[in-house]
Design a protein around this ligand. Structure first.
Ligand SMILES: *Cc1c(COP(=O)(O)O)cnc(C)c1O
Length: 232
C-alpha cells in the first residue's frame, strides 16, 4: 500500500486531469465527482480517501466492503460498483449507500424488499452495457426503458442515474462512443419517463478524459489513486 503523501499527490494529478478535460469541453470541474475505488486494497485505502475529504468510496464485492467498513471512518459512504447477485441483495441494501450495478428486474425487486425491511430508501444506478461488450454486465440501451420504469415503481429505491463500463480497447474512440451513447440514453429516458437522472457514472483511470467530455458526473478511479491492485 502506498503512503498517504503519495496518495495525496495522486489525488492532485487526477484533479488536474479532470480540470483539463473540463476546460477542453466547456464544463465546470464541480460537475464531476471522483469516486475512489478501494477494491483489492486494504482498509487503509478507505481511510486515505476519507482523510483527503472524499465523501464515498467504491467497492466491487459485498463481502470485501463489509470487512473493511468497521475499520474505516464513520460517515464515509460506500457504493457498490461490481456485479451483484440477487441472493446478496439483502446485504447490499444494508451495507451500501448506493448500488451502481443494478441490471435486472429481479435484482430491483430484491433490493426494494430488502430496503423496505431495513426501513430505508436505497439509492441506485442502472448499469447499462453502452458499449455492447459481451464481457460486461448491464442491460443494453434498448432494454433500459422497461428496467427504469420498473425501478421507478419501487417505493424504497431512488434512481439517481445510469452507470456504464466502457469496453477495454486501445482505441479510445471505442470508450468515447459508449459514453456518448450512455448520455444520449439518459437524455432520452429522462424525457420520456419524466424523471431527472442526474448521475452519469462513467470513466475510470484510462478513459476519464473521454468520459468527462461525454458528460460524466462521476468518475470511478482506482489505479491512478492507489496504484496497481495487489494480485493483478
Ligand atoms: C475497478 C473498477 C474501477 C476502477 O478502475 P481503474 O482502472 O483502476 O481506475 C472503476 N469501475 C469499476 C466498475 C471497477 O470495477
Amino acid at each position: 500500500m502506498i503512503k498517504y503523501a503519495e496518495f495525496a499527490a495522486r489525488c492532485e494529478e487526477i484533479q488536474n486531469r479532470i480540470h483539463k478535460a473540463c476546460e477542453n469541453s466547456g464544463r465546470r470541474p464541480e460537475e464531476v465527482t471522483i469516486l475512489p475505488v478501494t477494491k483489492n486494497h486494504p482498509a487503509d485505502a478507505a481511510r486515505y480517501a476519507a482523510q483527503a475529504g472524499f465523501a464515498a468510496v467504491g467497492e466491487n464485492r459485498v463481502q470485501e466492503a463489509m470487512e473493511k467498513q468497521p475499520l474505516a471512518p464513520e460517515g464515509l459512504r460506500w457504493e457498490l460498483i461490481g456485479h451483484l447477485q440477487s441472493n446478496k441483495a439483502r446485504q447490499a441494501a444494508t451495507h451500501f449507500d448506493r448500488v451502481q450495478s443494478v441490471d435486472s428486474a429481479k435484482l430491483l425487486q430484491r433490493l426494494d424488499i430488502a430496503a423496505a425491511e431495513a426501513g430505508r430508501t436505497l439509492a441506485i444506478l442502472l448499469q447499462i452495457n453502452a458499449g455492447d461488450d459481451p464481457a460486461k454486465f448491464g442491460v443494453h440501451c434498448d432494454e433500459a426503458e422497461p428496467l427504469l420504469a420498473a425501478a421507478l415503481a419501487c417505493s424504497h429505491l431512488r434512481v439517481d442515474g445510469l452507470m456504464t463500463i466502457a469496453p477495454l480497447d486501445d482505441d479510445k474512440a471505442v470508450a468515447a462512443r459508449a459514453f456518448e451513447r450512455l448520455r444520449l440514453t439518459r437524455d432520452r429516458l429522462s424525457e420520456k419517463l419524466g424523471t431527472p437522472l442526474p448521475v452519469l457514472s462513467m470513466g475510470m483511470t484510462d478513459d476519464l478524459e473521454e468520459a468527462v467530455k461525454a458528460g460524466s458526473t462521476l468518475v470511478r478511479i482506482g489505479t491512478a489513486l492507489f496504484g496497481t491492485r495487489p494480485g493483478y
